[in-house]
Design a protein around this ligand. Structure first.
Ligand SMILES: [Zn+2]
Length: 430
């Protein structure tokens, strides 16, 4: 008979002594242990008590798997009686490594949480051969979505809306801490995006933290803007910290300019309806048109030039968009200088018209409404990159999470994947 390689391992569990172990028909390990402690702390008075008062019923505790087999610890915890408290209550021993339910070790819970990152409850329960209820219980017990303001001191906060289900006008507001670039954290997941829905959370931010922020970035929807206006009575402070994310400015102008492209394409398609070659060329212009010139290869530049040859006015429109973009890309300019440059840009854009229509007028009026707060970008230089990254992560969770029964569950998954991930998997953030 061949000799098998055997290994003695440390279970890393204190207060117990192994009596015997078994392997069941499924290959799972059952480890029978006895408890070695002779005292515990009274649950009422907190004093050390050592008067033994029998054993509890058999506990079966799941611990970390060994060689991919499940591991169960069988133990009867001792119970002790207190003689200091009225009615002499008893307390059973509960080791530090055991979770609150007493049916899994904390190490096992952590192990399960690691598996849950970027996975569904169903996937994880299948992979760990356990039930969905068990996995959900682990999430509920371990993922805390309430902020401890004594431990959280954000300097930069972002408010972003996300559509929960397309076409159902169900929205969430994600509040994030953007203080450390590349290490964005979620502060809250709020149901809705209206002023009334977000104000309760905003009001829960301690005044001391609220009044020492460098920036709060928002979109141009108006409801975040008016909620913050109600929250912050000091208008100077409001104008200094409330910042419209440049991403939203770019999106607004991008949409306007793209509308013009669509009109032109529609017109040209009619003109060339019998010219297959030209029609093919028009087909591939959307991508190059929507992107910046620097990001295009030669082929894409040619496609764009071809389109502009057919419709020179569209080139002017495109260049106005690019010109504004380049102002935001300037690294060294101050808020004052940016204001002058954008004023100049507005003068040019105002004059642009096609067939009596001025596509930039409404953009300019929106810009004037939020001017101070758009220009704050040039003071804070908060890039929209991390927020976009966060939104993408949340979209992935959303797509994966068709089983989410409520916002609270959804929030827990967002917190797990974003805030808890660097703690659970420290190596991946390096
Ligand atoms: Zn007591």
């Amino acid at each position: 008979m061949k000799e098998k390689a055997k290994l003695t391992i440390d279970l890393a569990l204190s207060a117990i002594k192994i009596k015997r172990s078994e392997i069941d028909a499924l290959g799972n390990y059952h480890i029978y242990v006895s408890c070695t402690v002779r005292s515990t702390l009274c649950h009422k008075c907190g004093e050390k008590i050592s008067r033994f008062h029998g054993q509890c019923d058999d506990s079966i505790i799941e611990h970390l798997p060994i060689l991919e087999q499940r591991v169960f610890i069988h133990v009867k915890w001792p119970r002790f009686r207190c003689h200091n408290c009225d009615n002499n209550p008893t307390t059973s021993f509960h080791p530090q490594w055991l979770n609150n339910t007493g049916s899994q070790t904390k190490a096992y819970e952590n192990f399960c949480l690691k598996f849950l990152i970027n996975s569904t409850v169903k996937d994880v329960s299948e992979k760990l051969s356990t039930t969905e209820e068990q996995v959900e219980g682990i999430i509920n017990r371990n993922i805390d979505t309430d902020i401890d303001w004594n431990k959280t001191h954000p300097k930069r906060i972002g408010l972003d809306e996300i559509a929960l289900r397309k076409g159902h006008s169900q929205y969430l507001t994600i509040v994030s801490d953007m203080s450390t670039p590349g290490k964005i954290k979620v502060l809250a997941v709020i149901k809705g995006r209206t002023k009334e829905e977000i104000l309760p959370f905003l009001k829960s931010i301690p005044k001391k933290i609220l009044m020492s922020l460098d920036a709060i970035t928002i979109d141009m929807s108006g409801s975040y803007f008016s909620a913050l206006k109600e929250l912050i009575s000091d208008m100077n402070y409001f104008n200094r910290i409330v910042t419209i994310d440049r991403f939203h400015v770019a999106k607004l102008i991008g949409d306007k300019v793209d509308k013009e492209r669509k009109k032109v394409i529609k017109k040209l398609k009619k003109v060339f309806k019998n010219d297959e070659d030209q029609l093919m060329r028009l087909k591939h212009t959307m991508w190059p048109f929507r992107h910046h010139l620097d990001d295009l290869d030669d082929n894409e530049r040619n496609q764009l030039e071809n389109l502009f040859e057919l419709e020179p006015a569209l080139k002017e429109c495109y260049e106005l968009r690019e010109c504004l973009y380049r102002i935001f890309e300037l690294k060294e300019i101050s808020k004052k200088e940016a204001r002058e440059k954008i004023d100049q840009w507005c003068n040019n854009a105002e004059k642009y018209e096609t067939k009596g229509f001025k596509p930039f007028i409404s953009f300019i009026s929106t810009y004037r409404n939020f001017e101070e707060n758009i220009l704050n970008y040039f003071t804070h230089r908060i890039s929209s990159g991390p927020v976009e990254g966060l939104n993408n992560k949340i979209k992935v969770i959303k797509r994966r999470g068709f089983g989410f029964r409520n916002i609270k569950n959804f929030a827990k998954r967002v917190f797990l994947d974003i805030n808890y991930k660097p703690i659970l998997l420290p190596a991946t953030v390096r």
